[in-house]
Design a protein around this ligand. Structure first.
Ligand SMILES: *Cc1c(COP(=O)(O)O)cnc(C)c1O
Length: 387
């Protein structure tokens, strides 16, 4: 057993290490061919036409907001139940973020609350929505698309939790999270707690070549060398900075790790599903432990396994004393001091706030052993005196 059991953890094999080392010894350790390879392989895995690798998931969100032309005249809707970066990307561009409450069952943004918001605040200039596939539960982007089309909104899907997850659309076709069928752009993160890691890293996926080209340029300072895009051409060294961009590149050795990690993605997703099934079964007899929603038309990606329980702090502290390090996902974004200063307050989103009082993410990662999981289950039941 490890010295402690975390809620999430990367898995690095000797193959991964060898893949990184090979690139470190090659001619290009950044801006080389491996970044492109990773983009192509990832797009194939997700089922999107295009993918662009960047420095991290937050950079992916920022570049997406820029490509969607967010500015200080716009308002964008997201869920209060997400990592702060999903909201911050709009603030970076000077826009305003508004929140719509969650569905207490799926824990994703509630499509009805989006519609209520759009109907109530007709004067606000809503231009887009950022749904999050929370914990790995795929947002039904087909249904969201029909609302978005009605109000002229773009969709930026934050799919950080859901590589490999999918839902069945109204034609019973499999729609993988981030595949670009219904969302304009989607983003992923490769932070070590996510399904696939590159240390730090992120990806933008889409079927929209214009937005992808724009992001490609903004990733490197707004610079292009493509002959057909240049206004002048002075020779082989020539490039133009055509817009104000950023340095949001990822290295080639990180991408080598990403490619190597992707080889185990299906196998690891299957392992996550098994872990989820065992938890759900173990807690099935105890009404006071609420386990995640499972639906027939959805394949959950199980980034997190969140239980909702009474005396959550007591359980958190007890598990910690037993070397099980759980986590809370998330403190509702509108209750963070920065957002409270913008006028949001307790009581604004009752479903997200009630969930926050009770939620706990218990260990969920491909490398979690059967023994570690059984120990975790036993300790949880022990805390409630039902073991
Ligand atoms: C991890 C995460 C991000 C940010 O990704 P980074 O790579 O850490 O910048 C954004 N949104 C969600 C939902 C995430 O889980």
């Amino acid at each position: 057993m490890n010295s402690f059991i975390p809620y999430g953890k990367q898995q690095i094999t000797q193959e991964d290490v060898d893949a990184i080392a090979a690139v470190l010894k090659s001619d290009y350790i950044t801006q080389g061919p491996v970044t492109k390879d990773f983009e192509e392989i990832f797009a194939k895995f997700i089922g999107s036409k295009y993918a662009i690798a960047v420095a991290n998931g937050t950079a992916a969100l920022h570049l997406s907001a820029l490509a969607l032309d967010v500015d200080d005249k716009q308002t964008v809707i997201t869920t209060p139940l997400t990592f702060v970066a999903s909201a911050n990307c709009i603030q970076y561009c000077g826009g305003q973020i508004h929140f719509a409450d969650i569905d207490p069952e799926t824990l994703c943004i509630d499509l009805n609350s989006i519609e209520d918001l759009l109907k109530k605040n007709r004067k606000s200039n809503y231009t887009g929505v950022i749904p999050v596939d929370f914990a790995g539960y795929p947002v039904n982007t087909e249904s969201l698309r029909s609302i978005a089309d009605q109000y002229g909104l773009w969709i930026l899907e934050d799919a950080c939790h859901a590589p490999g997850g999918y839902f069945l659309d109204s034609n019973s076709s499999i729609q993988h999270c981030g595949n670009g069928t219904y969302a304009d752009l989607s983003i992923f993160s490769f932070h070590p707690v996510k399904h696939i890691t590159t240390g730090e890293g992120g990806m933008i996926t889409s079927n929209d070549i214009d937005k992808i080209e724009k992001i490609r340029k903004l990733r490197i300072h707004g610079i292009t060398r493509e002959p057909h895009l240049l206004q002048e051409n002075h020779g082989g060294w020539y490039y133009e900075m055509q817009e104000l961009g950023y340095n949001y590149r990822i290295t080639d050795f990180q991408c080598a790790l990403g490619i190597s990690q992707l080889k185990r993605a299906d196998e690891n997703l299957a392992r996550r599903k098994k872990i989820a099934e065992k938890y759900t079964e173990a807690f099935a007899g105890f009404d006071f432990i609420k386990t995640p929603a499972i639906r027939n038309n959805v394949s959950h990606a199980w980034h997190l396994y969140v239980i909702q329980v009474p005396d959550r702090k007591g359980l958190y502290d007890y598990l910690r004393s037993q070397q099980i390090f759980t986590q809370v996902h998330y403190i509702p974004v509108h209750l963070q001091p920065y957002y409270k200063n913008l006028g949001w307050k307790k009581g604004d989103f009752p479903n997200a706030e009630k969930y926050y009082e009770q939620c706990l993410s218990i260990p969920m990662y491909a490398g979690l052993t059967d023994d570690e999981q059984s120990y975790t289950i036993r300790k949880i039941l022990e805390f409630y005196n039902v073991a």
